[in-house]
Design a protein around this ligand. Structure first.
Ligand code: F3S
Length: 401
């Protein structure tokens, strides 16, 4: 692999052992995947933040990396708790103490402590064609598909290695030839809310597993819809890029002729709702919205649905978002409306990386196929996957029916 003089010097340890190790990781990955060189990136997004997933060894490793500093603007995936209101959430104190040590360790590296899987909603949106090293799979798919920037599905360590050096290996979705569509998907289903888009993404990931779908037949695709498709397609499969005819910029420059076809009808979408609803009883103790982190408009819609109503005392209604979105929601009175109805808006974390089982939750309603897919194994809970409107209704009643 070709390395510049600067990269050779880092590899020789001239900028310290941390950067040397990081470059070794990147060169190793590049050699495995046949990269010709390392390319500069404009930002990094690092997973492996929750103490639930990182554990003691991970914590100690992050703490050992200072005083090295990141070379490009870098943010974090969600942590295992709201960094301010963790006690109110019921997060055990000893977990909180470890979690804060992780955040402080990243801060010492110069990482921006924006703990969000949707940092593109908080000003961290790369431009079309730019190269980045992001590791949250939903954000990877969003960045590649909706923004037309370029990233592979990085692991936590490789994203951190890229953050600290400012490079990534030039392979996979950084290259034009790997961004061409591999299958045409005719969307015949009528998609009416974000959970339908989430179900579509889940279906695509499950059926295709990998590749680059070229979607035809969508009638709308805003950032929230693209966010929903991206998260689910990257969870049930390893899809990291889709093109959407009439909506994504890159779809205009790729050819979809002569490819295999897959048709998605209403039945396929209904099937996802059924598959991801495992609840055997009728009671719900947590309604969790915000996978990926909610946008301002999602919070606004929820607040309108809650206006003048009250969440059942037996149930919690929690929204997960970024610090910046919550700040705007507070300024607009949206958070207050949600809280007046008995809901809560938490930041920095999500329902999958928070220790739900240790917080006593058993039955969870969700409007995200990704969250409904992961919650049973991540937190040993039963799930209902349904629309936002139904989720709010369930929160008000405290039960499904
Ligand atoms: Fe984000 Fe957590 Fe879902 S990291 S995409 S809210 S599982």
């Amino acid at each position: 692999m070709y390395l510049t003089n600067e990269q050779e010097a880092i590899l020789k340890g001239e900028e310290g052992w941390v950067k040397k190790k990081c470059l070794e990781i990147l060169v190793g990955l590049g050699e495995v995947y046949g990269a010709d060189r390392l390319i500069p990136i404009v930002s990094a997004q690092i997973s492996g933040v929750s103490y639930k997933t990182l554990g003691e060894a991970g914590l100690q490793w992050i703490e050992s990396l200072a005083p090295t500093k990141v070379a490009v603007p870098s943010t974090l995936n969600p942590a295992g708790m709201d960094l301010i209101f963790w006690s109110e959430m019921g997060v055990p104190e000893e977990f909180a103490e470890k979690q804060m040590r992780i955040i402080r360790a990243y801060e010492r590296l110069g990482v921006i402590p924006l703990c969000s899987c949707a940092p593109y909603l908080s000003g961290m949106a790369p431009r079309f064609g730019e190269h980045v090293a992001w590791s949250e799979s939903s954000a990877v798919c969003f960045v590649n598909s909706y923004l037309g920037a370029r990233t592979n599905r990085e692991g936590g360590p490789s994203a951190l290695a890229s953050a600290l050096t400012g490079f990534t290996a030039n392979y996979g979705l950084h290259l034009d030839e790997n961004r061409a569509p591999t299958v045409v998907v005719e969307v015949r289903a009528k998609l009416s809310g974000l959970s339908d888009y989430s179900a579509l993404g889940y279906y695509l990931g499950k059926v295709l597993q990998q590749g680059v779908p070229y979607l035809r037949g969508l009638t709308s695709l805003g950032a929230d819809e693209a966010k929903a498709i991206s998260a689910a397609a990257a969870a049930s499969g390893s899809i990291a890029l889709f093109h959407a005819e009439g909506f994504t910029q890159e779809a205009q420059s790729v050819s979809a002729s002569g490819l295999e076809r897959l048709q998605v009808d209403d039945e396929a979408i209904y099937g996802v709702y059924e598959e991801l609803s495992t609840l055997r009883s009728n009671e719900i103790d947590l309604v969790a919205i915000g996978c990926p982190h909610t946008s301002l408009s999602e919070l606004r819609t929820a607040a309108a649905l809650l206006r003048g109503k009250r969440v059942a005392s037996s149930t919690k209604l929690w929204f997960f978002t970024s610090l910046t979105t919550k700040a705007l929601a507070e300024r607009l009175g949206i958070t207050q409306e949600i809280e007046e109805a008995g809901g809560k808006v938490y930041t920095d974390c999500c329902m999958i990386v928070a220790p739900l089982e240790r917080m006593g939750f058993k039955n969870v309603a969700l409007n995200s196929a990704k969250a409904a897919f992961y919650a049973p194994s991540a937190s040993n809970v039963e799930t209902v996957f349904t629309t936002l409107e139904n989720c709010i209704d369930i929160a008000l009643k405290g039960r499904v029916r």
